[in-house]
Design a protein around this ligand. Sequence first.
Ligand SMILES: Cc1cc2nc3c(=O)[nH]c(=O)nc-3n(C[C@H](O)[C@H](O)[C@H](O)COP(=O)(O)OP(=O)(O)OC[C@H]3O[C@@H](n4cnc5c(N)ncnc54)[C@H](O)[C@@H]3O)c2cc1C
Length: 402
Amino acid sequence: MSAIRSALVIGGGVAGPVTATALRMAGIEGRVFEAYPGPAYNIGSTLGFAANGLAALDVIGAGDAVRKVALPMPRSVMSVGHKMIEMPAVAGLEPLQMVDRSDLHQVLHDHAVAAGVDFAYDKRLVSVEEHADGVTAHFADGTSATADILIGADGIKSRVRTLIDPNAPAANYTGLLGFGAYVECSVDVPQGTTFFAFGKNAYYLYWALPDGRIGWGANLPNAQYLSMSQARAIPAEQWLRTLRETYAPDTPGGEFARDTAPEDLAIVGGLHIMPPVPTWHRDRMVLVGDAVHAPSNSTGQGASQAIESAVQLARCLRDFDDPATAFATYERIRRPRVERIAARGAKINHGKTMGPVMRRAMPLLMPLAAKAMKIEETMRREQSYVIDWDATVNERAELVRA
Ligand SMILES: Cc1cc2nc3c(=O)[nH]c(=O)nc-3n(C[C@H](O)[C@H](O)[C@H](O)COP(=O)(O)OP(=O)(O)OC[C@H]3O[C@@H](n4cnc5c(N)ncnc54)[C@H](O)[C@@H]3O)c2cc1C
C-alpha cells in the first residue's frame, strides 16, 4: 500500500474526474479543483470514443454509463470528392462511440461523486508551494489546499505544466479552427457510420443521429490562431458565412453548412497538437491528459489517452511508496504510446491542410496511403490496449504492451 494518501487534482474535464476516481480505488483521496463554475460548463460538440478509452473507463466502472449516452458507429468511411473508401473494422474490438461532450463530462463527474470524490468549482490554480512532505495549491480566489501530491489534469494550456517546468513547450496551433453542430437537413446519411470527408477546401466529418438530425464537425483552415473565446467573440452568423463559402463545393458538406442555424453552431476555436513534453513530473507534481500529451483531434484518441494515463498513474501511485518512483514509472509506461499516437495525428493534420494539387491527387493516393500507413494494424495496436488494474505494476511487462 502506498505511503501517498492524498492528491490535489487540478482540472475537472476528462482526465481529472477519472484520475480522482482511480485514486480512490487505489486508496488515495483525490480532490478535484476546476476553474469553471460547474461540470460540463462552456463546452460543446461531440467526441468519438475508441475501444481502448472505453476499456480504460471500464476499469473505474464508468464504461457502461458512457455507453448509455453514446452512439455506436460500427462503420467508418473516408471520402475524397465522390470517392468513398471503407475503413477496415478491426475484428473483435468495440466500435467507435460518439458522445456529446457535455454528457461525457456530466457522466464522469457523477461517477466520481458516487465514488466519493470531492469537487470544488471556481478554483483556478495560479501557483504552488512545495514542502518536504507535501504541496500547497493557491487559487485565483485567494483560497488554497494542501495534499501529498498535485496532479495537473488542466488541459492543453496547462498551468501545472509551466509550474513543473517554466521552459515547457506550449501547444502548437494546427492551422485549423474547430466547429460542430447538430443539423436538421434532408441529406440521407446511413445510421452507424462515421464519414471522414476531405472536401475541396477543408476537412469535415459527419454521422446520423437516431432522431434524424446529422452531427457534423468542421476543421476550417485559418492562418490566424484564435482561442475559443476569441473565436466566440465573432458572431456565429459570420462564421456560418465562412463555413458556407468553404464547404459550398462539397456534397453533403455544403448542405450541412447551409442548414446549420447560428444558435446550433458550437465554436471550439484553434485546434492544437502538443509537441513532446520533456518534463512530465517534478518532485510532488505530475501531469496527465492533454496537459502532457494532446495528440490532436485527428487521431480520435485524445480523451482515450487521457483516461488511460489517468488509470495508469493511479496504479503507479498505488504500487510505489514514493512519488518520484511512481511518476517515473508512469512516464516510462505512457510516453512511448502517447508519442507514437501524436506522431500519427501530426501526419493526418498535414493531410487536412494540403494544397489544391495534393487534394486533386488524393483519390488516387488514398488507398495507397492507407496501405502504407497499415491502418488496420495501427488501429489494432492503439485500440486493443487493456489495463490490468489488479496486476501490480511491472514496468517491463507494461512497456512491451505499450
Ligand atoms: C474539436 C475537438 C474534437 C476532439 N475530438 C476528439 C475525439 O473524437 N476523440 C477523442 O478521444 N478526443 C477528442 N478530442 C480531444 C479531447 O477533447 C481531449 O483529449 C480531452 O478533453 C482531454 O481531457 P483533459 O481532461 O486532459 O483536458 P480537458 O478536457 O481540456 O480538461 C481540462 C480542464 O482543466 C480546467 N483547467 C484549466 N486550467 C485550470 C486551472 N489553472 N485551474 C483549474 N482548472 C483548470 C479546464 O477548465 C478544463 O475543465 C477533441 C478535441 C477537440 C478540440
